[in-house]
Design a protein around this ligand. Structure first.
Ligand code: ADP
Ligand code: 5GP
Length: 205
């Protein structure tokens, strides 16, 4: 019996390991669709347009925003980010689970706008370790590292309303927690709206 698609929303302070954990989840669950955001920031080495982000100019982003083209949008670290509305609603309607990698401001907008959601916040074991990982990754300027550390404090303060908090200390443990929360979220009655009625009517599951 087809079930409803779930919007699996992951947020984390930059450097906590969200991309790493997301890649692991997508490898194990290849049918999990990914919401490719639009952003005005420049691609990092290795990032592919259309796969990691739709890299757009500021004027294109603002035009799309004015046209109501985003399910949510936010300004993060001085750049615009937004979730294309039509892509997301089409996939959810078709029953696909969709993974969202978005910040807390965008997640709060999605909580108001979407049904069947699961909000997960990834935490670093400490703020010191967060700084260490950002430096080790080697993708940010000193100015960008300082901005991300400053934002981390504010983002962690906003994470109380999420459905699950996962500390990414040991990567394998964090991943086991992430996949468990995902699988549990797909078993809610809201995701399986016809199951009970069908069983009562003599269906076989
Ligand atoms: P984010 O997507 O949240 O910004 P990344 O996934 O890019 O973070 O991780 C930041 C850095 O930390 C990367 O170099 C990554 O390899 C490393 N990292 C991720 N998880 C762990 C972990 N559990 N222990 C140590 N290093 C980690
Ligand atoms: P990065 O530039 O490191 O890829 O992402 C910076 C931040 O922007 C991360 O917290 C990421 O989750 C967030 N982000 C990425 N895409 C979107 C989006 O479409 N909307 C919102 N609100 N945030 C996003």
């Amino acid at each position: 019996m087809p079930r409803k698609g779930i919007a699996l929303v992951l947020s984390a302070p930059s450097g906590a390991g969200k991309s790493t954990l997301t890649a692991m989840l997508r490898k194990e669950f290849p049918d999990l669709a990914y919401s490719v955001s639009c952003t005005t920031r420049k691609p990092r080495p290795g990032e592919v347009d259309g796969r990691d982000y739709h890299f757009v100019s500021e004027s294109d982003f603002l035009r799309q925003r004015e046209a109501g083209g985003f399910a949510e949008w936010a300004q993060v670290h001085g750049n615009y980010y937004g979730t294309p509305l039509v892509e997301v609603t089409n996939k959810l309607d078709q029953g696909f689970d969709i993974l969202f990698d978005i910040d807390v401001q965008g997640a709060a907008q999605l909580k108001l706008n979407l049904f069947n959601t699961c909000f997960i916040f990834i935490l670093p074991p400490s703020l010191e370790e967060l700084e260490h990982r950002l430096r080790l990754r080697g993708t940010e300027s000193e100015e960008s590292i300082q901005a991300r550390l400053h934002n981390a404090y504010d983002e962690i303060k906003e994470a109380r309303w999420y459905d699950a908090l996962i500390v990414n200390d040991d990567l394998e443990t964090a991943y086991l927690h992430l996949r468990s929360v995902y699988l549990a979220a797909t078993l809610t009655p809201a995701c399986q709206p016809e199951l009970l009625q069908s069983l009562l009517q003599g269906g076989n599951h």
